[in-house]
Design a protein around this ligand. Sequence first.
Ligand code: FCB
Length: 452
Amino acid sequence: MPIDSEESSHDIQFAEDFILGVATAAYQIEGAVLEDGRGTCIWDTFSHTPGRTVNGDTGDVACDHYHRWQSDLELIKELGVDAYRFSIAWPRVFPHGSGQINQRGLAFYDRLIDGCLERDIKVFPTLYHWDLPQSLADKGGWTNRSTADAFAHYAATVMDHFGDRLDAMTTFNEPWCSSILSHLLGVHAPGEKNLDTALAVAHGQHRAHGLAIQAMRAARDSVPLGIVLNTQSIYAASDSERDNAAASRHENFHNGLFLDPLFNGQYPSEVVEKLGDRLPRGWREDLSTIAQPLDFWGLNYYTPMRVADAATAEYPATRIVDVVAEPRTDIGWEVDPQALYDMLVNLHTRYTLPPCYITENGAAYNHGVRDGVVDDQPRIDYMQQHLVAMQSAMNHGVDIRGYFAWSLMDNFEWAEGYSMRFGLIHVDYTTQKRTFKRSAHWYQSLMQQRRG
Ligand code: FCB
């Protein structure tokens, strides 16, 4: 069913308990990487390695949020949103990933969480938004089973300490990125290109997720628990039979590799057939640990994926095709809200999924400040269209409980450094001045209209 493009997001009737929020992640905004006992993480190492990020940018300072958290929370309050999704930096809490706990790290998130509660902002933290402590990486990272055990201990510690003040908790953000994009495609830290390692990392993260859910439930069973995925709407690059077959293989490799073990307790049969002997030894015994019942799942959606056949490559023997279709955002990603609708309906039909939150959605547009104004109409259009697509999926029966804009403010966009701006709020990285873009005012008006 095509989504109703005539409908505007201001016509959407958000249920009273539907959550509208903004999202960020620790390494992308905090800075202060050497402060208060924080340990080093793989993104410190990677971003300081020449050639890995655009302009050699690092998260050393980022948005200096570690020092500006109070005024940043004021901005969230001014936006009037219900909730803030941020991530906790594992290396602030356990500088070496396990062992000695760092009280000053916990104290920072105490301040932040209490600051949210004082301002009536709901708290949606994530445990892992890619900042693996370097000490654990040095011992094999996610390929070492002890990393999952350390993660479960970290999760239980966080839940024990903050659990009385949380509205939800997420284990991983986009494990596809921290396994395939990082260890097979070489784009994110640590920048490897090795399928066996990538599979071991994906499996290790699945197991860590399952163990963490068990450990958090044991610590406190009142906080809704979930995971955030970047499942994709995968389309064949052409009408050819070969590209169609490639799209279906890619569905198993990109989406099935994550959804099937998490929600069905098994890997897709095609993945087992082609790659079963390359998964880490004993993987079958971990499946029941991995498939924990969840209270929600999060979907991060930006753009669809188009794939072509790459017959000579190893499984899935596909090639992700750069899209030439317009419109595209400044990062080159195709704008396609229909793909969001299609994916939501498709996945909620094919899998038995818990309620969904759109945990990230937004667009890179690099408009600057002119006479105090950032005129980013394309971002408003983008978000409006995607909210309408989301609403259509809800009308079609998909249970969606909230939507988080990525991002509260411009920040360190991983390998793209500071060259790509996703914020509702503009950040001048020289002065750290924050300026509401027009999209921020628009988002604010959505909230006001709802309160009406
Ligand atoms: C997602 C990440 C997030 C941000 C957006 C643009 O993949 O979760 O940190 O970089 O993309």
